[in-house]
Design a protein around this ligand. Structure first.
Ligand code: UD1
Length: 421
């Protein structure tokens, strides 16, 4: 069992680079299943969730090799159509493999992903769209048994909510379907644009990604290509939050500032000086942060739910009361109880969190409850007085590549330790 030891109250200063996006890498690795020959993904972060996706590919019979942040996938040996339960349970977003496996193999078998730390994670939108594309899906004893006779068939689809995962599954299934698919109320996240761009490089014909309506003209086959994963906008937001709550002065590099348009105004409202460059964002924090009136999580381009927890750590030490409204997931305030152990004053009522800023947090032993909640505790530990011991850090490793090594050059006093108790 590993833990992070953080000694706080050091203002972060300097430059930090952001790795490739986890939430792009996973659908891109699933998309590789569709491609004949070799696919090479650059800037693919070395994270436990990405390793799980690579394990799924190996299980299917693909050759997968990693060198640094480059991953090569060769699908010529693909021979299986199922995802082992253990891997489905390890990473619930493995559901994004469904559309790709079914399209490539004509069948797919995987277990229902079930709920997770963020509350129930239904996949009804994925399943009803795939059924409309002609995939027959039987739900039996917690498993999904899927089959298609030949290629799936393009059709008109409309999502009742712009689900990121459902949009990805539809793109993957429709890319090689027969005929045209028109998807309305599609998710518009940058990760969708990255996936569609990749598929088009592989021979797909997709237009409108990043907008509410996406048109997919199915092609017979796809070939592999070389592609660079977009920067991780949530890692960028996390580093900015660490800089903000420690009174720091940090240049966050290798980012796409446009992808942070929903987040940067919040830092400005908190009194930070924010400046964007072509592929970097500079943030200089004031002596004391100010509260934010209203942080409402929304589908892109709104404020991302994944940045809610890291920014709540900053709000915890801001002057005044900040209001958060979580509109995307039912149960996404688990970090609030851990922040409270560190002296934060947070009141929860349904989807609303009222955060009454305190002058300082105090170091404590706290537990990561989920990936982004864990990131919030890192930010809180960095600004707290004394030492914070952070446990259950495997959650953080799902989405941040060795976070302590990224933050240490900024002056952060953060160490990873093995602990037997
Ligand atoms: C993705 C991201 C996750 C992010 C989320 C929202 C990955 C691997 N994960 O998750 O980090 O927090 O987008 O930006 O990319 N829903 C249904 N039925 C469905 C599908 C979704 O009701 O079939 C609901 C969910 O319960 C949730 C909301 O829609 O309340 C958003 O989910 P969705 O956009 O699908 O998120 P994910 O793709 O799971």
């Amino acid at each position: 069992m590993e833990r992070l030891m953080i000694t706080g109250q050091v203002p972060l200063k300097g430059e930090v680079e952001v790795h490739g996006a986890k939430n792009s890498s996973l659908p891109l690795l699933a998309a590789a299943v569709l491609c004949h020959g070799q696919t090479v993904l650059h800037n693919c972060p070395d994270l436990s969730d990405v390793a799980a996706a690579c394990e799924i590919l190996s299980y299917l019979g693909c050759r997968v090799e990693r060198e640094g942040r480059t991953v090569l996938i060769d699908t010529e040996g693909i021979c299986r159509h199922s995802v082992p339960d253990s891997l489905m349970r390890e990473m619930r977003s493995s559901i994004v493999f469904l559309g790709a496996i079914a399209a490539r193999m004509g069948r797919a078998e995987l277990c229902f992903p079930g709920g997770c730390e963020l509350g129930p994670r239904p996949i009804d939108l994925h399943l009803s769209a795939l059924r409309k594309l002609g995939l027959s899906i039987r739900e039996e004893h917690g498993n999904l048994l899927c089959r298609t006779d030949g290629r799936m068939t393009g059709t008109s689809l409309s999502l009742s909510f712009p689900s990121v995962g459902a949009t990805e599954n539809i793109l993957l299934a429709a890319a090689t379907a027969q005929g045209r698919t028109i998807l309305t109320n599609a998710a518009r996240e940058p990760e969708i644009v990255d996936l569609a761009g990749f598929l088009n490089q592989c021979g797909a014909r997709i237009s409108g990604a990043g907008e509410g309506t996406i048109v997919i003209d199915g092609v017979e086959t796809l070939h592999g290509c070389e592609h660079r994963v977009i920067p991780d906008r949530i890692v960028a937001a996390t580093f900015l939050s660490c800089a903000a709550c420690t009174g720091g002065d940090v240049l966050v590099k290798q980012v796409e500032p446009a992808h942070l348009a929903g987040v940067l105004p919040i830092f400005e409202e908190m009194g930070c000086h924010v400046r964007c460059y072509a592929d970097a964002v500079h943030l200089k924090a004031p002596g004391r942060l100010r509260a934010v009136k209203d942080v409402r999580t929304m589908p892109y381009p709104g404020f991302p739910t994944d940045a809610q927890a890291p920014i709540m750590a900053a709000a915890a030490v801001a002057e005044g009361t900040s209001v958060f409204v979580e509109n995307i997931f039912e149960s996404r305030y688990k970090h609030a109880a851990e922040l409270t152990r560190m002296g934060a004053r947070i009141k929860l009522e349904g989807k609303v969190a009222l955060v009454e800023g305190v002058p300082k947090l105090s170091g404590a032993e706290v537990f990561c409850t989920d990936l982004r909640g864990g990131a919030a505790l890192v930010a809180a530990g960095l600004c707290a007085e004394g030492t914070t011991i952070l446990r259950e850090i495997h959650h953080i490793d799902r989405g941040y590549e060795r976070i302590e090594e990224a933050l240490r050059p900024l002056g952060a006093q953060i160490l990873r330790e093995d602990s037997t108790f």
